[in-house]
Design a protein around this ligand. Structure first.
Ligand code: TXA
Ligand code: MG
Length: 318
């Protein structure tokens, strides 16, 4: 780890600047979570609407009580899954300004499992608000180069922590009054339920958008979207042949020989598939083809998060 670069990044954060921060899920665009002006800069750089709240990142699970008021179930989950790809929603402490939570009484908190991320938060000496480091609605970056491609001059410094290990964003969970998975992500719903010893409800997007507009405001139908159109294919359907078709396959069965093909995991490993998902979409977006065809995966484990991202990438323009 480059100590000098880390010191520089921490100084930028303390002065209200923006730093591209590697995490185990995707790269984040980080600012001092306790500085409302710095946080406002995040929204501007991303072109992100102000109603979409940010996740607060802490260096150590023990720092949780400084930013939020966890329920007993939050503590159980944090104990088991932190540091890691899990975000918990809970009442916020006064040190977290309203611009972070978009005016909601709750704050989203996560302790990332990445050496450089935790070292940066520690060096900055304060919690860091960080959304994924992409333009709003676009594909989340899993490399430093992708952050540069997405945000370029909008970010003061990008720390290169290599390729993100998990590759999809954290699972967002509200435990109170009963557990709900607001966004499927790097921790499987089954594993959350096993640790809580209770079922974890799935926040159904349509129902939530209709009845609970403020619950997780960032979950828009079209998201993670490449520039060229994305078409969803279920495994039973045949691939569309043609030289202008880019294909993102799960295991790579029955692919046409023309166009551009990418396989997420030949062995059918959903963890490997998640790790390759965003880089694959980004590559196909730049392939020169006219359309990307993507194949859904089994809906278990990380498959829930993968299919969620694929469906949103393919959702029609509003
Ligand atoms: O893995 C991740 O979670 C990455 C890395 C950088 O940590 N971050 C990330 O942030 O994906 P972002 O901003 O792209 O997504 C945050 C999600 C959004 O769906 C947002 O609506 C939800 O978390 N969220 C944030 N604060 C919330 C709150 N107070 N209540 C409900 N949902 C919240
Ligand atoms: Mg995002």
């Amino acid at each position: 780890m480059d100590e000098e670069l880390l010191r520089q990044a921490a100084a930028i954060l303390r002065q209200g600047g923006l730093v591209g921060m590697p995490t185990e899920t995707v790269y984040g665009l980080a600012a001092d979570a306790t500085d409302p002006v710095a946080v406002a800069r995040i929204f501007k750089a991303k072109g992100r609407p102000r109603f979409d709240p940010l996740i607060v990142h802490i260096a150590d699970p023990a720092d949780l009580d400084q930013v939020g008021e966890p329920s007993p179930a939050d503590r159980v989950l944090a104990e088991r899954f932190w540091p890691g790809p899990l975000t918990l929603i809970m009442p916020r402490k006064p040190c977290i300004p309203e611009v972070v939570t978009s005016g909601l009484p709750n704050v989203a908190v996560r302790c990332p499992d990445h050496r450089l991320a935790r070292a940066l938060i520690r060096a900055a000496g304060r919690p860091l608000a960080a959304p994924s480091a992409n333009r709003f609605g676009s594909i989340s970056p899993t490399t430093a180069a992708a952050v540069r491609q997405e945000l370029g001059a909008q970010v003061d410094l990008i720390l290169d922590g290599g390729t993100c290990r998990v590759g999809v964003e954290s699972s967002v969970v509200r435990t109170w009054p009963s557990p709900v998975l607001l966004r499927p992500g790097g921790i499987a719903r089954e594993d959350l339920a096993a640790v809580l010893r209770m079922p974890v409800a799935l926040a159904d997007d349509e129902a939530r958008l209709a009845s609970l507009p403020a619950e997780s405001p960032g979950r828009l139908p079209r998201h993670y979207a490449p520039r060229i159109p994305v078409r969803l294919k279920v495994p039973a359907q045949a691939w569309t042949p043609g030289p202008q078709v880019a294909r993102l396959a799960f295991q790579g069965h029955d692919l046409p020989a023309d166009g551009v093909n990418l396989v997420l995991s030949r062995s059918g490993d959903l963890i490997e598939a998640a790790a390759h998902l965003f880089a694959g979409l980004r590559l196909l977006d730049g392939s020169g083809c006219q359309v990307i065809e993507v194949e859904t995966v089994p809906e278990t484990g990380l498959g829930l998060a993968i299919n969620d991202r694929l469906r949103r990438a393919a959702a029609a323009e509003p």
